[in-house]
Write a protein that binds this ligand. Structure first.
Ligand SMILES: Cc1cc2nc3c(=O)[nH]c(=O)nc-3n(C[C@H](O)[C@H](O)[C@H](O)COP(=O)(O)OP(=O)(O)OC[C@H]3O[C@@H](n4cnc5c(N)ncnc54)[C@H](O)[C@@H]3O)c2cc1C
Ligand code: SF4
Length: 490
């Protein structure tokens, strides 16, 4: 423990954001970096509580948090970096966009505010880059087995980095123009600047990972073709089939899925030209975002930056309590209201709203008609929704963004062509070694677990890399013993 009385001496201090009036006029990262003195004090708040729930039950990567807090307090940044990189392949991503599941189970959070773990993690990795400590980690020896990873989101990147460092020859295929998956094409620049992804991809290339972008596996190249040429395959194609809104008026113009809107803005910032007829822009529009989660919040922040007249975000579920709900006691991840940086910039939020119709004029959406709902607990303990009498209302809307989550992997030939088994939700099933029903074909990230979080995709990627290594090791040892048997028989 850095400072035994640190948790009594210092209050939690979040890094904070650039002023709202400034940041909505640009796309740069909204979050500030804490000062060196603030970091030292925040790290000193860690109690080194003996049973670190942050490490053992909060963080899916099992980051060794109390130890790096201690090292940061003592100014041992290089040691902190080495420890962080033992468990986290890309702390520069999680340090920026992880919801910090660890902080929900921080022991200090029982009766005070949790340690600012995510901000400290980001400071450690950025110090590593600034000091020039983040150099390519090429394998000492190469193996001859080749692995194809399909999808370059956080899961695919984690698989690729881990296997390449263990000597395998890794090629990452992705349909998109550049690697990163949702990190690059979903999450807005103001939460995660894309130069951060490019910096990591550059390191991976220098280490020997080969990226093939603009290749749709299943169409441009078949999975059968890849199976013939690679010793193992990892499917990391994400879960991006959007949940649709089944109401009258859904076919009007001006209604889009959130990912189409966000993806387009990220492409625009990357210098791509969007054909005039395909542009989705909020400038001068009254925007309604349907869905109260993080994707909806990203639509809100993006709409404000594009110059929307106003933005309303509606959610069917009730407003969560301001502090941890009794239904999620410590150390569970707390159900509570969360306001993202975008919510602090403008717009309005409404809960308990159920959309009923999209109203149009001349074929274009002009309003949303909705009702208010109330929730009660049913006899089986499950929530039941009821419409509030006389609660129907209408709001003007000439851009409607659907951000109601994802139902599973997109329909694609990569899964159907070789008959990869899926569960009743459409997610790819896998065994304890992360192998699918097809021998030699593995799966990682959202494609197997359903839409989730970057940190979970990365943890899946690391586990799947180990599964692939075990599989290739077992094939190699079988081949070696068969050869030895054959030699002795001659
Ligand atoms: C708008 C938005 C914001 C989010 N914000 C956060 C956040 O702040 N924090 C957080 O933790 N999580 C966030 N998430 C969730 C998180 O981004 C995902 O859980 C995570 O990216 C999943 O990683 P993945 O590698 O499994 O898949 P993805 O990131 O979806 O990557 C899959 C990749 O596979 C490629 N692909 C698919 N099929 C093929 C094919 N046939 N051929 C070639 N390539 C293919 C795709 O092009 C894509 O690049 C957000 C999600 C969205 C949609
Ligand atoms: S990856 Fe996320 S959960 Fe794990 S230590 Fe970092 S912020 Fe916490």
């Amino acid at each position: 423990m850095g400072k035994p009385t640190g948790f009594l001496d210092y209050q939690r201090k979040d890094p904070g954001y650039r002023p709202g009036t400034e940041r909505i006029h640009d796309w740069r990262a909204v979050e500030r970096m804490p000062s060196a003195e603030d970091l030292r004090e925040q790290a000193a708040r860690c109690m080194d509580c003996g049973i670190p729930f942050c490490h053992g039950c909060g963080c899916p990567l099992a980051n060794i948090i109390p130890e790096w807090n201690d090292m940061v307090y003592r100014g041992k940044w290089r040691e902190a970096l080495d420890l962080l990189l033992q468990t986290n392949p890309f702390p520069e991503f999680t340090g920026r966009i992880c919801p910090a599941l660890c902080e929900g189970s921080c022991v200090l959070g029982l009766n005070r505010d949790a340690v600012t773990i995510r901000a400290i993690e980001l400071a450690i990795i950025e110090r590593g880059f600034a000091e020039g400590w983040m150099t390519p980690q090429s394998p000492a020896e190469r193996r001859e087995e080749r692995v194809a990873v399909i999808g370059s989101g956080p899961a695919g990147l984690a698989v690729a980095q881990a296997l390449n460092r263990r000597g395998f020859l890794v090629t990452v295929f992705d349909a998109a123009r550049k690697p990163g998956g949702i990190l690059r094409y979903g999450i807005p620049e103001f939460k995660l600047e894309k130069s951060v992804i490019a910096r990591r991809v550059g390191l991976m290339e220098a280490e020997g990972v080969h990226f093939e972008n603009g290749v749709v596996v299943g169409e441009d190249v078949s999975l059968k073709y890849l199976r013939d040429r690679y010793d193992a395959i990892c499917l990391a194609g994400g879960a991006r089939e959007p949940r649709d809104l089944q109401v009258p008026g859904r076919d009007l113009k001006g209604i889009y899925f959130a990912m189409d809107f966000l993806r387009q803005q990220n492409r625009r910032l990357d210098g791509e030209t969007i054909p005039a007829g395909e542009e989705i822009l909020a400038k001068g529009k009254r925007v309604v975002v349907i869905g109260g989660g993080d994707t909806g919040a990203d639509c809100l922040g993006t709409s404000l930056r594009q110059g929307a007249t106003d933005v309303l975000q509606v959610e069917i579920m009730p407003e969560p309590p301001p502090t941890r709900s009794p239904s999620t006691p410590w150390p569970a991840w707390p159900l509570m209201r969360r306001d993202s940086s975008s919510h602090k910039e403008g717009g309005t939020r409404r809960w308990n709203v159920s959309p009923r119709e999209l109203i149009g004029k001349d074929g274009h959406v002009v309003a949303l008609r909705a009702v208010e709902v109330a929730w009660k607990t049913g006899p089986d303990g499950r929530p039941i929704m009821e419409e509030r009498p006389n609660s129907a209302f209408e709001v003007p809307a000439n851009l409607v963004l659907l951000a109601m989550g994802f139902t599973g992997p997109r329909k694609s030939r990569i899964l159907s062509d070789i008959g990869v088994a899926r569960d009743n939700r459409g997610n790819v099933t896998k065994d304890a070694n992360n192998m699918t029903s097809v021998p030699g074909v593995f799966a990682a990230g959202d494609m197997a677990r359903g839409a989730s979080l970057v940190v979970r995709a990365m943890a899946d990627g690391l586990a799947t890399a180990s599964g692939i290594e075990r599989y290739l090791d077992s094939i190699k040892s079988t081949c070696t013993s068969l050869k030895a048997d054959a030699d002795s028989a001659v």
